[in-house]
Ligand binder design. Structure first.
Ligand code: ATP
Length: 737
């Protein structure tokens, strides 16, 4: 049996994996796939290129497919529509963050901030005395009692709701008064409604707690429904269908025994359960949130590849990203979608307009989670999470998967604590790390040492921050040196390409304008963009390029139609370009985790890669357009410093380098201007872009290294045999003496 099948992966998916030539799962897949298939929440903190995408796509695809099959085959509980409607919690009359199990007697909310409420599907009217029980199944905050259908689901906060809370307070109309003492895990709360005396009272563990509320005359003839509101808690109800723990006395009967003329129907219909079990067309079972369009496309492609042989039904996936007409996405949603993979903006739009429903979602994935948080999407993540029921209609818990090569931030840990359910960390290194397959070096750029920039016949167009400065050789002012750094970096970039015969590389610049300028310069030096033999053929990928252009550019780079992809950090994370051998950082990222992601575009799937970072030894003045910049950088020419209400800062690259080194706990090897990567460091036997091979010369040193250990083992074996012979035959041989 193939390795993936041994982990419980469907044969159809294992076949697709086989088609991709994946013979063995990677370490992170080995751990994550069974865990996700088993229903767990997972935080994956493995290195770049270690196969995290497959580690979550594969089990999610499988679970979603199995769930659809279960519904189709009737394995998941179905409602008999002709049966009398029994007492249970409502699927309709509840807050979206409140989950109700298929049997309708257990409810749960994992929202730790907002109260989430639910009412029963039926209520009672006068006359009579009624009783039901609620048992606390998981610690948290709760209030339980009765309300009319006019009441807020936040029980006890309006005039129509009456509750008794775990903190020992009764409440109606937001009036909280001491009552009955606190209660918690495993406590059974009895809820009494007496229409004869128009009163409500409660018991705890069978002990009557006395009168809680006298109902005002306005409630005469009104129907009251069992109701509860929770904050990160779980309760189980017994309306009397099963034996009550503390059967009531004094004329009270279990509420399910109320005669039909005293029974009111709530907002639940008998068909509700059916509707919820079978996801609505626009209610996907999984939502995968990605930080960039390209990454969302890539993940979706991976899902579709895994699903190639999965039929009856085919899993319907949808890409939800901006920059393309929303109509098509809406059409696809109404036709039916099982898994959605998208970026924050468009997802939010579709959720807010009700085009995308969250009620059937059972997987919520945050890929590149730290990147999503840094980009300011925490509010959206929280609101999507709050809107997804935490228990699916068939009783399965919402599963969250959070992953990145750089997950070790305080913000991620806080998010996990808040949103995830006892998550398992799959953290093979325990810290942000660079894979062994990535060789990364620094080339220092110092215009004081290298006067190449003095006499350049052609040079890169710089970003214009020194347009109003007096910069010229001979004046070693900070501005002149900064301008020189910009020129030198473009030259060093070309030199790195020539020295290492680079025929494919991803090149990171700090700004969009830097990308555009470098693209122009590459084409200038390479004989023009249309020159078929251009040794520096390139395309750009950054936020100012139209979505179609971005897509086309990435494709032409992947398909080897051009050699270089010049991009901002929009391409730093996740992009998977098979066998990419080289990466160049024209400028270090100011966000240190992005260094790991940028250089992680090479050295993936066990292939070797080299990343060269150009680091200026002198300060470089650069653009920094904050919120204060009205045009957000477009045609901005405010070259004053931010401290003077401008849009520029002095970039201190040695400091950024020190921060990155401290973060990774390594000193990054420096190379000289000849750009030769030291052989002793990387043993000179790797071919960048290729898998590490065995080397004959190494074999010889290997034998030499092992020889003393082999001798020692030989001596030990000899000794053991002698002891054995002595014991066996009691003889002493000459060689022993
Ligand atoms: N089991 C496997 N066997 C062979 N190749 C694999 C396996 N799993 C993944 N890969 C390949 O490894 C490459 C990297 O995988 P993936 O993009 O999932 O990495 P990642 O961990 O998400 O990286 P990043 O942190 O950069 O996003 C891909 O080309 C993928 O096809």
């Amino acid at each position: 049996m193939a390795a993936f099948e041994e982990m419980g992966v469907l044969p159809e998916i294992a076949k697709a994996v086989d088609d991709m030539d994946w013979t063995l799962p990677t370490d992170v897949q080995n751990e994550a796939i069974p865990m996700i298939l088993g229903g767990g929440d997972v935080l994956m903190a493995a290195e770049t290129g270690s196969g995290k995408t497959g580690a979550f796509c594969l089990p999610i695809l499988q679970t979603v497919w199995e769930n659809i099959k279960d519904i189709e085959s009737g394995k998941t509980a179905k409602v008999n529509k002709d049966a009398p409607v029994r007492w249970q919690l409502s699927y309709s009359d509840r807050d979206s963050g409140m989950a109700v199990t298929p049997d309708g007697v257990r409810c749960q909310s994992r929202d730790g901030k907002a109260w989430q409420g639910v009412r029963a599907n039926k209520g009672v009217t006068a006359p009579g005395k009624y009783y039901y029980e609620a048992t606390v199944a998981d610690e948290g905050l709760c209030r339980v009692g009765y309300s009319t259908t006019m009441a807020s689901l936040d029980l006890g906060t309006c005039k129509n709701g009456f509750g008794y809370g775990g903190t020992g307070k009764k409440s109606n109309c937001k009036q909280f008064d001491d009552y009955g003492g606190s209660f918690g895990l495993h406590d059974v709360i009895g809820c009494f409604l007496d229409f004869d005396n128009m009163t409500m009272s409660f018991s705890k563990g069978g002990q009557d707690l006395g009168l809680a509320f006298s109902l005002r005359s306005e409630f005469k003839g009104k129907a009251f429904f069992p109701a509860v509101v929770l904050k990160n808690a779980e309760l189980v109800f017994n309306f009397g269908d099963t034996p009550l723990k503390f059967p009531p006395t004094g004329g009270f009967v279990a509420i399910c025994e109320a005669p039909s003329n005293c029974t009111a129907t709530g907002l639940t219909k008998a068909s509700d359960q059916d509707q919820v079990l079978k996801p609505k067309n626009n209610a996907p079972q999984a939502i995968i949130l990605e930080p960039s369009r390209e990454l969302a496309e890539q993940t979706l492609k991976q899902l579709d590849l895994f699903g190639l042989h999965v039929d009856n039904p085919k899993i319907r996936t949808l890409l939800v990203v901006g920059g393309v007409p929303v109509k098509e996405q809406i059409r696809a949603l109404s036709a039916g979608v099982d898994i959605v993979c998208g970026t924050p903006g468009r997802l939010e739009e579709l959720i807010n307009t009700g085009q995308l429903a969250l009620q059937s979602c059972r997987f919520f994935v945050l890929d590149e989670a730290d990147g999503l948080l840094k980009a300011g999407h925490e509010k959206l993540i929280n609101s999507i999470h709050a809107s997804i029921p935490k228990l699916t209609p068939d009783g399965k818990r919402l599963q969250m998967v959070v992953c990145s090569a750089t997950l070790h931030s305080f913000e991620v840990k806080k998010l996990a604590e808040r949103l995830m359910h006892f998550p398992t960390w799959i953290d093979l290194k325990g810290e942000d790390a660079v894979p062994e397959t990535v060789h990364h070096v620094v080339l220092h750029v110092d215009p004081r040492d290298d006067d190449l920039w003095h006499n350049l016949r052609q040079h890169v167009q710089t970003d214009g921050v020194h347009a109003h400065d007096n910069v010229r050789k001979g004046i070693n002012s900070p501005e002149t040196l900064s301008e020189a750094v910009k020129m030198l970096k473009a030259e060093y970039c070309l030199k790195a390409i020539d020295t290492h015969n680079v025929d494919k590389a991803i090149i990171f610049c700090r700004t969009k304008v830097d990308c555009d300028n470098l693209e122009k310069y590459f084409n200038l030096r390479g004989g023009g963009a249309r020159n078929m033999g251009n040794p520096y053929s390139c395309v750009c990928l950054h936020g100012d390029r139209r979505p179609q252009e971005r897509k086309g550019n990435l494709e032409s780079f992947k398909n080897d139609e051009v050699k270089f992809l010049i991009c901002t950090d929009v391409a730093a994370r996740g992009l998977d370009i098979t066998g990419l051998p080289f990466a160049i950082n024209v400028t270090l990222p100011d966000e240190k985790s992005n260094y790991v992601h940028r250089i992680g575009r090479v050295g993936r799937a066990e292939r070797m890669g080299l990343a060269i970072s150009l680091v200026a030894d002198v300060p470089e003045k650069v653009w920094y357009h904050g919120e204060w910049c009205k045009s957000r950088g477009k045609n901005c020419n405010n070259t004053r410093l931010t401290s003077e209400h401008g849009c520029c800062v002095w970039y201190n690259e040695p400091q950024y380098l020190a921060d990155i080194e401290e973060h990774l706990g390594v000193t990054i090897q420096s190379v000289g201007r000849d750009l030769k990567v030291p052989l002793n460091e990387f043993d000179g036997k790797v071919v960048y872009g290729e898998k590490r091979g065995n080397t004959g010369s190494n074999y010889q040193t290997h034998v030499e290294q092992l020889a003393p250990t082999v001798d020692e083992l030989l001596a030990l074996e000899r000794e053991t045999q002698i002891i054995f012979i002595k014991r066996q035959y009691g003889k002493i041989y000459p060689w022993e003496r």
